[in-house]
Design a protein around this ligand. Structure first.
Ligand code: AMP
Length: 214
């Protein structure tokens, strides 16, 4: 199964990706994670990416598409299913992704379009904590680890992402509405779009998604 997870910041794409990885063994391709890796390199490019991410701005289509192309052509077992999380974020990226996947004869089959009310998104983002070691997701109210600040799964340290602050979240929401939401119409035209009400709790979202993927 080849899937795109679409939706605004905080809608639960990462959480759903964890479920799809575990249940359907889909490979998780998160451009946000790939870019965060780049920022760890103390290079001019790494610093530029970090600065844009901290502002909540998008990284250029050219750079992100290059990373995805490399991953698809050299780092992916195409006999296995996969899901994109956080990519595409512009119509240009969506068109490029179609070309890349067409060339390896593995087109996207379904686009899960998650949506939730703004107050729900804000609460999820401001309370989100991430494991520095394994990337597992937590929340200060909804998913509290057994031991404060420590990942239940690997014992790694939990941290708050630098872009999960009120000011950056506002820019990220604006960027989503201006640059990313037009992708919804792009995939609807292809007949691949499935709408998911992500105001629901994670277990209900999983059930809705399972019904679509069965
Ligand atoms: P995410 O982890 O998906 O929330 O992404 C975090 C940040 O990484 C975004 O706010 C952007 O600055 C950058 N980013 C991630 N994916 C993309 C993409 N497909 N295109 C451009 N920028 C991206």
């Amino acid at each position: 199964m080849r899937v795109v997870l679409l939706g605004p910041p905080g809608v639960g794409k990462g959480t759903l990706a964890g479920y799809l990885k575990e249940t359907y063994h889909l490979v998780h391709i998160s451009t946000g994670d790939m870019l965060r890796e780049e920022t760890k390199k103390d290079s001019p490019l790494g610093r530029e990416i970090k600065s844009l991410m901290t502002q909540g701005a998008l990284i250029s289509d050219e750079l992100v598409t290059k990373l995805v192309k490399q991953k698809v052509e050299h780092g992916l077992d195409l006999t296995q299913g996969f899901m994109f999380d956080g990519f595409p974020r512009t119509v240009n990226q969506a068109q490029d992704l179609d070309v890349i996947l067409e060339s390896v004869k593995a087109p996207i089959e379904v686009v899960l379009n998650l949506d939730a009310d703004l107050d729900v998104l804000l609460k999820r983002l401001t309370g989100r904590r991430v494991c520095r070691k394994c990337g597992a997701l937590y929340h200060v109210d909804y998913k509290v680890p057994a031991c404060e600040g420590i990942c239940d799964l690997c014992g790694g340290e939990l941290y708050q992402r630098a872009d999960d602050n009120a000011k950056t979240i506002q820019s990220r929401m604006q960027v989503y509405h201006e640059s990313t939401s037009p992708i919804i119409a792009y995939y609807a035209k292809q007949g691949k779009l499935k709408k998911i009400d992500a105001n629901l709790e994670a277990a209900d979202v999983r059930r809705a998604v399972a019904a679509i993927l069965k």
